[in-house]
Design a protein around this ligand. Structure first.
Ligand SMILES: CCCCCCCCCCC/C=C/C(=O)SCCNC(=O)CCNC(=O)[C@H](O)C(C)(C)COP(=O)(O)OP(=O)(O)OC[C@H]1O[C@@H](n2cnc3c(N)ncnc32)[C@H](O)[C@@H]1OP(=O)(O)O
Length: 281
């Protein structure tokens, strides 16, 4: 189902499969072949920040699961306490090597396209903070369940950077134009309750109940005839994905040019310093 454009790039082979278990240093995956439900736990310590290799691992895992005829649904969650994902690894953008910066953005695009358009049913079990790239992963799933007392949102402007158009499009498709306009301008991080109220997440349950709730909802998804469910997802999402597919190269170049600006580097350096200071308080 994912268009051939999405399959142009062969992901790195860093995920190992042992029967129904797949493992890499940053991801733990198990597949229940009875139910057809896979569980992917992100475990890139300390905060599941998305660097080049982690993004390739996530995409690689989705591709492998898509090829498993028994797998119909994927639950994404975190193995790191209190953090779903801290978003992009800021160190990929700060004082970067230019070639790696290109490859990094391409890997983010490819991971997103794979996740957003996968024929698998996807549920994000958001068991921790989920800013920026973490929010992107969440809103790219078909359904979101979040635990209380965490935050989620596209906070890029707080770092002095801008959410790219495809982050914006995925957000608009979830909460609507006006809410996205406000959220992006203010770099808004929503509390779990606000996120529920605005439709950024679909359900709130306690951390203890989140896996059970995700399994229960996923059983609903995988009961639907597979092709019909996957095609209805494609119907809703293809236009948004195509917008990036047709401009991937220029989007990489725009990102690289943007990042290499002195002003942007200063903002990122300042933000990293704040993160460290906050920690020492
Ligand atoms: C013409 C227009 C063109 C447009 C071009 C596009 C422009 C660029 C678009 C880029 C899009 C960006 C998307 C992103 O995802 S940016 C990342 C945003 N993420 C954040 O702001 C999260 C920051 N982190 C936090 O708020 C907290 O760490 C968190 C709440 C997640 C956890 O808090 P906690 O107290 O548990 O942990 P610490 O803060 O102590 O963190 C532990 C260590 O991890 C480091 N850290 C945290 N987050 C990141 C990160 N995202 N990247 C790298 N490193 C991170 C933190 O500094 C600590 O490190 P040390 O232990 O070394 O101190």
């Amino acid at each position: 189902m994912a268009s051939s454009i999405l399959r142009r790039f062969i992901p790195r082979k860093t995920t190992w499969m042992y029967g129904q278990r797949m493992m890499s240093s940053t991801i733990d995956v198990s597949v229940d072949e009875q139910t057809g439900i896979a569980l992917m736990k992100m475990k890139r310590k300390p905060v599941n920040s998305l660097n080049l290799e982690f993004l390739q691992d996530i995409r690689n895992t989705i591709v492998t699961l898509e090829q498993n005829k028994k797998c119909k649904g994927l639950i994404l969650t975190s193995d790191v306490p209190k953090i779903f994902s801290a978003g992009i690894d800021i160190l990929e953008m700060y004082q970067p090597n230019e070639e790696r910066l290109h490859n990094f953005w391409r890997a983010l695009q490819d991971m997103w396209l794979q996740l957003y358009m996968t024929p698998l049913a996807t549920i994000a079990a958001i068991n921790g903070h989920s800013p920026a790239g973490g929010c992107l992963i969440s809103i790219s799933c078909d359904y979101r369940i979040m635990a209380p007392n965490y935050t989620i949102g596209l906070n890029e402007t707080l770092l002095g950077i801008v959410a790219p158009f495809w982050f914006k499009d995925a957000m608009c498709n979830t909460v609507g134009y006006r809410e996205t306009e406000i959220a992006l301008a203010l770099g808004k991080l929503y509390s779990t309750d606000e996120a529920l109220q605005k439709g950024l997440v679909d359900e709130v349950v306690t951390s203890e109940q989140i896996m059970e709730a995700a399994q229960r909802k996923m059983l609903e998804y995988v009961k639907i005839p597979n092709m019909a469910r996957a095609m209805s997802k494609q119907l809703m999402r293809q236009e948004t994905a195509d917008k990036l597919c047709s401009t991937q190269d220029s989007d990489v170049q725009n990102f690289v040019n943007f990042c290499l600006q002195d002003k942007v580097q200063q903002s990122l350096g300042f933000y990293l310093e704040q993160l460290k200071k906050r920690k020492s308080k």
